[in-house]
Design a protein around this ligand. Structure first.
Ligand SMILES: [Zn+2]
Length: 397
């Protein structure tokens, strides 16, 4: 990354921000609009294709074919469920390909080509197919055991399952897609550890991962629960950011851990799943009662009902997405605040945000409606403004 003059002593911010360059800004806005068009088309196509498959009775036809080949029973049911999951994967493949192999390359943000991309997609399918099949069988078992209250049974199962997944994800799933190594820069890790120790917080393991295999975008995240807890830095970030900027990014991730955000997210997603499944149950019961003949489904305790329930749950989930994003933005703002208080370095925070925007081609200030509907993080402009306000308060106090 070039174009960053070190700020003069005593001035926490660079004299001019690279985000003020009108050419760069126009390009970032074009990229945001292209991503938005892709997202809307993807959602519409997904729902339309799912609706068409249901109208054509494809789930029922598949279930009957599988049952004819294999004698009816749990194996036949598992095969039917697995074929629905594989069908959904296949339906979404062209859209994902366009995003990753066309759009991201058009803006010079991707480093991945076709073959390696397809290998990733197949790996994801191989990992998700058994899990989705098991979940489908669990849903069917719940519908059979509690025909009126299965939404509640699924809601109660969500938090333990999400916790188990969060625990296993960094050690079972993530290493299949990326390499992870400990952060070798001891000085950097020690700086964070000292600041955290002063605040009475223990820093979990810090790892570096090879995001550069797929993207030029910078990222850092936290993952895992209990013994698998870790903070992960993308090599794309480590290579481009100045040490004090990396320290505030690490402090932001540490904020997520100090605030137990993984548990807060699990609880929030449990609430979301509960509402989604409750709505999906009500709608699915109506669909089978009033349109059962037309869709070839008169009861929900069959594998063929699962695509209908999943489609209705996706519809309900879409309606709840703005609330989930609002919650996510709130915990992100809190992690930002934590990073500023821990490091006391608003200047480094602002430079890190600006560098993040440049490297990821993020429009610093997307339209309000777009942020409200789709953004899991506050905009770069909001995050920078919050850091400036923090610095002002510090100077006044
Ligand atoms: Zn965060």
């Amino acid at each position: 990354m070039t174009g960053y003059a070190r700020p003069p002593e005593g001035n926490p911010e660079p004299a001019s921000s690279p985000l003020d360059d009108p050419e760069w800004l126009a390009r970032a806005r074009r990229y945001r609009r292209d991503r938005l068009r892709w997202l809307l088309a993807d959602l519409a196509l997904d729902l339309a294709a799912g609706g068409l498959a249901l109208a054509l009775r494809l789930p029922v036809i598949t279930q009957e074919r599988v049952a004819r080949r294999l004698s009816a029973g749990p194996v036949a049911e598992a095969c039917a469920i697995a074929s629905y999951a594989a069908g959904a994967w296949l339906l979404g493949l062209p859209s994902r390909a366009w995003r990753d192999l066309v759009l991201e390359h058009r803006y010079g943000l991707s480093t991945q080509r076709g073959r390696s991309w397809l290998a990733d997609q197949l790996k994801a399918l191989a990992l998700s197919l058994p899990v989705e099949t098991l979940i489908g069988q669990g849903v069917l078992a719940a519908i059979r055991r509690w025909p009126r209250r299965w939404w509640l049974a699924l809601s109660l199962a969500t938090a333990p399952l999400a916790a188990l997944f969060s625990f296993l994800f960094p050690v079972v799933v993530a290493p299949r897609f990326n390499r992870y190594r400990p952060l070798e820069d001891e000085a950097l890790a020690a700086r964070l550890r000292d600041q955290a120790a002063a605040a009475g917080i223990q820093v979990s393991e810090i790892l570096v991962t090879d995001l550069s295999r797929r993207t030029r975008k910078a990222n850092a995240f936290f993952a895992g629960l209990g013994r698998t807890r870790r903070i992960v830095l993308g090599d794309t970030l480590l290579d481009e950011f100045a040490p004090d900027e990396i320290v505030v990014i690490l402090a932001h991730e540490l904020g997520h851990q100090a605030h137990r955000d993984l548990w807060r997210l699990i609880l929030a997603s449990t609430a979301q799943v509960t509402l989604t499944i409750w709505l999906a149950q009500r709608l699915a019961e109506r669909a089978t009662r009033y349109h059962g003949r037309r869709i070839g489904l008169t009861r929900l305790d069959r594998p063929a009902a699962l695509p209908l329930i999943a489609w209705l749950a996706a519809l309900a989930g879409l309606a709840l997405a703005p609330a989930a994003n609002a919650f996510s933005r709130r915990i992100e703002r809190q992690a930002d605040r934590f990073a500023l208080e821990l490091t006391g370095d608003a200047g480094a925070f602002i430079r890190a945000m600006q560098r993040l925007a440049v490297q990821n081609l993020s429009d610093p200030e997307p339209p309000r409606l777009e942020r409200w509907l789709f953004s899991s993080h506050p905009s770069i402009a909001e995050r920078v403004a919050a850091a400036r306000q923090f610095a002002r308060q510090r100077r006044l106090s």
